[in-house]
Each structure stands twice: as structure tokens, then as C-alpha cells.
Design a protein around this ligand. Structure first.
Ligand code: ADP
Ligand code: MG
Length: 254
């Protein structure tokens, strides 16, 4: 569903990525982690077609442009439109009648546990609720591939756990492929089928790839206590630390 190979990308001659690649099959949840500034967001924007690459290929076989959805850290809700109108907007732009768009939007708000809040304006909603509206807005357009750039970073731990669990349930039931950029290793493991680690920039590439051996359907809290969670966390932590600080000298025996 997504094949990015040997991607090289720079800003005004300043190299960011060199030879980076990621692959994602239909219905897979894939996370991209890496040091800050390594080029995670840049790679995601390139996949979205918002950023030129200077070498390599990015293919989304079998996917139409409008089957790719994207969710950024800062939601893009229009402050002068109610929640339901924000969700309905994209549906209207795709040709749905006013009544039909509204009905579908209400349905998505309900699925995201916002029933009864459709009439509120974004400023009248909590951070978690706004994130849910933004998700409803994206999911209402029925993406088959969803790109997310640290979308949950601004939420507190409990709200974040609830929203991410709902996202997992929805993408599992809808069979949506997801590419998530996050700097949270626990979140990456709990959510993903596969994790890519970008090396430190400039000229970052994918230095490691980890399959996540946890069962689906996934209950995120249970995933964190699964016996395979901690060993993978340890490997990721070490590899990320090395990416940031370079190889660590072996400790001398006492
Ligand atoms: N629009 C831009 N113009 C110039 N440099 C940029 C731009 N966007 C990002 N960069 C630089 O590219 C590098 C990678 O940025 P980014 O993709 O945002 O990294 P990450 O998401 O991994 O933190 C950083 O050094 C950043 O300063
Ligand atoms: Mg980023």
C-alpha cells in the first residue's frame, strides 16, 4: 500500500534524509521513531506529496490520492464551525448533500464518543474532544491509509490512552493502514505491527526495523504488560540512544 525507497530529501541544499525507506501493507500499523530533527515529519510530508524528494521513489500502489488521510499534532478545525459542521465539511466537498453529510458526520462523532457534542464549537471542547473531532473529520472521508504526525502529543496520559485505544479499535475494524510518527517508544510498541527507527541526521536513513510480536486485536494497557513488550522496549531504547549519542563504550568489569 505504501513503498518509499531510497528517499533523499534536503532543504535548500541542507541534507535531511539520505536513502530512507519504509513499507506498509494494507491494514498494517507502522510507526516511525527517531531522534528529534532526523526527518520523520519530512518523510511523512513527502509521502503525502507535500514535500519534494531529490532521489528515491514513493509509491502508493492501488491507492487514490483521496484515500490518504492525514492528522497532524495541531488539529485543523475551523473555529467558526461547530464540531458536526467541521466533520461534515469534507463530506460536502466530496459531493454529499447537506443532510447526508450531517447524518454521516453525526455517526462519526458518535463512534468517537462525542454523541451530543456536535453543536459545540472547537473552543467549547477539551483537548481530547477536539482530537476526536479531528479524527472523525479524517475518518469520515474513509481513508485506506492514514498518516499521523505526533497527533496525541498534546494530550495528557489518561486521555491519550483512551483516544489511542479508540483509534486502534477503529483502524482494526476498518482495516486502515497507518503510518504514525511518534517519539514515544511505548506508544509505538503498543500500537504497531512494525516500527522503523531513523538514524540521527543529517543524512538520516532507516537504521533498524522491528516487527512487533504482540497479538491483535490489541488492548493497549494489556500490551504494555505482555512478556514481549519489555525486551523490545529495551532494544529500541538502546538503538535510539546510540543513534543520538553514538555507540556507548562497554563498561569495565568491576
Ligand atoms: N521547511 C523547512 N525548511 C528548512 N529546514 C527544515 C524544514 N522543515 C524541517 N527542516 C529541518 O529538517 C530537519 C528534519 O526536520 P523534521 O522532519 O521536522 O524532523 P523530525 O520530525 O524528525 O523532528 C531538521 O533539521 C529541521 O530543522
Ligand atoms: Mg516532527
Amino acid at each position: 500500500m505504501l513503498r518509499a525507497r531510497d528517499v533523499t530529501l534536503s532543504y535548500g541544499g541542507e541534507p535531511v534524509l539520505e536513502g530512507a525507506g519504509v513499507e506498509l501493507d494494507a491494514g498494517q500499523f507502522v510507526s516511525l521513531v527517531g531522534p528529534s530533527g532526523s526527518g520523520k515529519s519530512s518523510l511523512l510530508r513527502a509521502v503525502m506529496g507535500l514535500q519534494d524528494i531529490s532521489a528515491g521513489t514513493i509509491e502508493t500502489p492501488g491507492l487514490a490520492r483521496d484515500e490518504i488521510g492525514i492528522l497532524f499534532q495541531d488539529d485543523a478545525l475551523l473555529p467558526w464551525r461547530s464540531a458536526v459542521d467541521n466533520v461534515a465539511l469534507g463530506l460536502r466537498q466530496r459531493g454529499a448533500s447537506r443532510a447526508q453529510a450531517r447524518e454521516e458526520a453525526e455517526g462519526w462523532l458518535e463512534r468517537l464518543k462525542l454523541a451530543g457534542l456536535g453543536g459545540r464549537y472547537p473552543r467549547e471542547l477539551s483537548g481530547g474532544q477536539r482530537k476526536r473531532v479531528a479524527l472523525a473529520q479524517v475518518l469520515a472521508l474513509r481513508p485506506r491509509l492514514l498518516l499521523m504526525d505526533e497527533p496525541f502529543a498534546s494530550l495528557d496520559a489518561i486521555v491519550r490512552a483512551r483516544v489511542t485505544q479508540d483509534v486502534v479499535n477503529l483502524v482494526e475494524s476498518e482495516g486502515i493502514g497507518v503510518l504514525l510518527v511518534t517519539h514515544d517508544l511505548e506508544e509505538a510498541i503498543a500500537l504497531s505491527d512494525k516500527i522503523y527507527l531513523l538514524s540521527n541526521g543529517p543524512r538520516a536513513r532507516v537504521s533498524h526495523e522491528y516487527p512487533v510480536p504482540l497479538p491483535r486485536p490489541r488492548a493497549l494497557i494489556a500490551a504494555r504488560t505482555h512478556p514481549k513488550f519489555a525486551p523490545l522496549y529495551g532494544r529500541l531504547w538502546n538503538d535510539l540512544s546510540e543513534a543520538v549519542e553514538g555507540p556507548q563504550p562497554a563498561r569495565e568489569a568491576a
